[in-house]
Design a protein around this ligand. Structure first.
Ligand SMILES: [Zn+2]
Length: 155
């Protein structure tokens, strides 16, 4: 490395032709490239593998037998209660399923009934509904506009 090399390395844009002619500077750049490539090859492990499993994350920790046993216990208890009340368990389960699949009062009927009740309500109820609406929206607005904790949100 001579004086012109030092001048080139201090200011590469000042003498761009020096690099094409100087073998020493080309070797130095190759060495730098190799160092950068080595530095980029730092061995890493995915974070999810590096961290230990939480107790609820392992597939073997899922208590499906316990869930199945509890469900069967609830079914057995329901069957015993049906028998104790004089209803055959099969008929009791069938009527329970029919009651949940085909509800007698639909959601639409309930909405119509509720709206008729509201129509006939006194003015005080209407005012209370309006005040409750405004109060709930004020609370939501305050929650949304709450300043963040942990750092200065104004910067
Ligand atoms: Zn040089």
């Amino acid at each position: 490395m001579n004086e012109s090399c030092e001048r080139f390395r201090a200011n590469p844009a000042g003498d761009p032709e020096h690099f094409e002619q100087c073998e020493s500077c080309q070797r130095a750049l190759d060495a730098l490239d190799r160092e950068l490539a080595e530095a980029a090859r730092i061995p890493t492990r995915p974070v999810a593998i590096a961290l230990p499993l939480a107790p609820w994350e392992g597939a073997s920790d899922r208590p499906w037998p316990l869930v199945a046993a509890f469900s069967l216990g609830v079914l057995a208890l329901a069957a015993m209660l049906f028998m104790a009340s004089g209803v055959s368990p099969l008929a009791g389960f069938l009527s329970a399923i029919q009651g949940s699949v085909f509800p007698r009062v639909g959601l639409l009927d309930a909405g119509v009934i509720f709206s008729k009740v509201l129509e006939q309500a006194p003015a005080r109820v209407h005012a209370a509904v309006g005040v409750a609406f405004i109060a709930a929206n004020f609370v939501l607005y305050r929650l949304l506009r709450r300043p963040a904790r942990g750092y200065d949100a104004t910067r």
